[in-house]
Write a protein that binds this ligand. Sequence first.
Ligand SMILES: *Cc1c(COP(=O)(O)O)cnc(C)c1O
Length: 340
Amino acid sequence: MESIDWGKLPFGYYKTDFNVRSVYKDGAWGELEVSSSEYINVHIAATGLHYGQEAFEGMKAFRGKDGKVRVFRWEENAMRMRRSAEGIMMAEVQDELFFDAITSVVKLNEKYIPPYGTGASLYIRPLLFGSGAEVGVKPSKEYTFVVFCGPVGPYFKEGFKPVAIQLVSDYDRTAPQGTGNIKVGGNYAASLRPASRAKDEGYVSVLFTDAKEHKFIDEAGPANFFGIKGNTYITPKSKTILPSITNMSLEQIVRDLGMEVERRPVAVEELSTFDEVGACGTAAIISPIGKIFDRTQNKLYEYGTPGVAGPISTKIYHTLRGIQEGEIEDKHGWNYIIEI
Ligand SMILES: *Cc1c(COP(=O)(O)O)cnc(C)c1O
């Protein structure tokens, strides 16, 4: 195997040796199969291709200082994938199969688990889609569940520094009563154009407003939004936000620190009242935000000292990372240790 420069890995696809798959047919999931191919043979009329019957998950395994390999809150990802399946009428993957798949793929690709201290981790990507043939619009009778993984870099090449993002109200990632609260590919397709425009205009990401009135903060493309005001952690509540497991964990961490948590609608104007703001998700844990540019109102919101993440964001980021890497006591039982 070529030697991997762990510290320089991007957050991207990396070919490993194996992935695992199972097919749902005649009302039951088949045996989990190990494959060394990066390809799937898909029917030309698969509903996943034509009608967006597709959902995915994203989670990570970490190698700790003690050499142990930990996956973070996998039961939450399994549950969320079932909710996604239910939302777009796909066969559900039960905990047992989900667990077998993620632990097998990690064990099979052990040599790709980044060493402790490199900032890198092993990203695990479960994928579920309708693989049976239909031409009329209806749910497939057949489904394919695939899990692959690959090492990903520390996400922040320049360290844990605030980024600039763009608030948009001329695009929506999801409809008010649509599929925003489940992790389906279709939501991402709708977000590509505004995200790409934001990058062209010099921002790392977009922050969407609510699709009905465009008056409230929704979420940031693939990450939830939060703000810190004094001793309170505030995160938007809306039916179109994907429930982030990172956000849920940060809420618990701030409670453990004696802070308050508010999950409620957050009006755009409230952006001017926060001490710190950030986006949170598995990829980076927290992306501290230094600037939010409201593209429609032509208004700029700025936070903290340029180039420096706020103290609370920094503290909770290090706490969650410390738990994931086994350095801080896992008092809520979030980690599962994979015996390799
Ligand atoms: C996956 C995802 C997140 C982050 O969720 P985590 O469980 O924290 O990784 C946030 N928003 C959207 C739209 C997502 O798809």
